[in-house]
Design a protein around this ligand. Structure first.
Ligand SMILES: [Zn+2]
Length: 449
């Protein structure tokens, strides 16, 4: 089933920007390679929290119009995405992740402008460019232990599958991605969900179920890919993901490796400041190859129609997986039902991709909830960790006046101090998972300051 050509790599071919660099190296051109290195461009927004998201990215997308196709609140972040439409009808895409403190991570894919915008809560802003890259070399690692699914899916009756994704990072990888791993992870997940929508794949979507940041950085190699479950063992046990993606700091050089993924499979790795690489590698996890150069009778390939490319066929800034069901701006199909239909691969492999791990379940209740100490009007409580918890909610029940429990606080630690307390009341704690599933209550304690 697989062309087991061995482990190869994804590399940068010569994009337009790289040709500028090459010209500089050869002394043929005096222009400095200002944007190819990913050097951030900085500016500052005043009163950033009062600014609309659109005000923050307006300069970067002009003169394109944002055609928003999704907006939702996830983990406290507002996540939006859609296409960018240029006056000449050419298209790109925009993904925005806005936090309550006003900070913004935006993936901007406009013709001629490809990268990520990062605005922090103080208004400091930088744009990290993501130069176009091609994928001339095989970065998809054949996986002899797994089979790509090929059972036809009736999209009219299809069940919707959710693929739970753990985003793993090295510390250096977080810095390269702009500094906010949570926002970056949500942006990458939404990028793929938007591309699935663009490609008319409606029976599968990705969901972020956890983030783990590790101290060490790792190179993009088959050893790192093979060891991913060890590197992120803690996160895999805690968050029970179907798919794990490793985001690492990679010094990108022409011809260098920027990502690798099993094909098919449940894990991949890539340069953390390249969201398009995540979309590319997870397409390999789904079971699709690059370009069907020989036109073989196999639909599990990306596509180049002479004008437009899909993401797996040397189209890093494409916003599509190959599909014959969608036409590009030139009226040409973005796939071929016989030779290039990655959208079909996604539909057929949705059940496999979503079933590596059991469905997400609530954390167990925290054990050993106790009063630790008290003062004139405070009480400090402590409890034992619940393995899947990312935070805890503390409740108070004023038994005498109101039997309904009231939440009095959150804690990410294993203690909580209730303040401004008088009189006797009953207290307990609940554990909350990354996606917000809540445990049953712990044992309760009746206490007074
Ligand atoms: Zn690839």
């Amino acid at each position: 089933m697989f062309k087991t050509a061995g482990v190869c790599f994804i590399r940068r071919a010569f994009s337009g920007l790289s040709l500028v660099c090459l010209a500089v190296i050869l002394g043929a051109c005096a222009h400095p390679p200002t944007t190819d290195s990913g050097e951030p461009e900085s500016r500052v927004f005043e009163n950033v929290a009062s600014k609309s998201t659109a005000e923050l990215y307006a300069d970067l997308i002009a003169p394109a119009v944002f055609e928003r196709s999704s907006s939702k609140v996830i983990d406290g972040y507002t996540v939006e995405s859609g296409k960018l439409r240029m006056p000449d009808k050419s298209e790109g895409a925009l993904v925005t992740v806005r936090s309550v403190d006003g900070s913004l991570t935006a993936l901007i894919n406009k013709p001629g402008q490809f990268g990520s915008l990062h605005v922090d809560s103080k208004g400091g802003s930088q744009f990290i460019s993501e130069p176009e890259t091609n994928t001339d070399f095989e970065d998809a690692v054949p996986n002899p232990n797994e089979q790509v699914a090929t059972a036809p899916v009736d999209s009219a009756q299809a069940e919707h599958f959710v693929v739970d994704v753990l985003m793993g990072y090295s510390k250096a990888g977080v810095d390269r991605a702009g500094g906010d791993a949570h926002a970056d992870a949500l942006a990458k997940i939404e990028l793929v969900n938007m591309m699935l929508r663009n490609s008319l794949v409606d029976n599968v979507s990705l969901r972020l179920v956890g983030i783990q940041v590790v101290e060490d950085n790792y190179p993009i190699t088959s050893e790192t890919l093979g060891g991913l479950r060890t590197i992120f063992a803690e996160g895999m046990a805690k968050f029970e993901p179907d798919v794990t993606y490793g985001n690492f700091a990679v010094d990108i050089v022409p011809g260098g490796v920027i990502g690798m993924g099993w094909m098919p499979g449940r894990s991949a790795i890539g340069a953390s400041n390249r969201p398009s690489t995540f979309a590319h590698e997870i397409g390999h996890n789904a079971g699709s190859h690059h370009c069907n150069d020989n036109g073989v009778n196999n639909y599990r390939f990306g596509y180049f129609n002479g004008k437009s490319r899909s993401i797996l066929c040397k189209g890093p800034n494409s916003i599509y997986y190959s599909t014959p069901a969608v036409l590009d701006q030139y009226g040409l199909p973005l796939g071929n039902a016989v030779t290039a239909d990655t959208a079909r691969v996604w539909r057929e492999n949705a059940a496999r991709l979503s079933s590596y791990a059991p469905p997400q379940s609530p954390p167990t209740a925290p054990g050993n909830f106790v009063k630790v100490r008290s003062s004139a009007n405070t009480i400090t409580f402590g409890w034992n960790a619940s393995p899947k918890a990312v935070r805890y909610e503390i409740y108070r029940v004023n038994v005498a006046s109101d039997p309904l429990p009231k939440k009095i606080g959150d804690s990410t630690a294993l203690t909580f101090t209730a303040t401004s307390i008088s009189g006797e009341a009953l207290y307990f704690v609940k554990a909350v998972s990354f996606i917000g599933l809540v445990s049953v209550p712990s044992n309760s304690v009746v206490a007074r300051p």
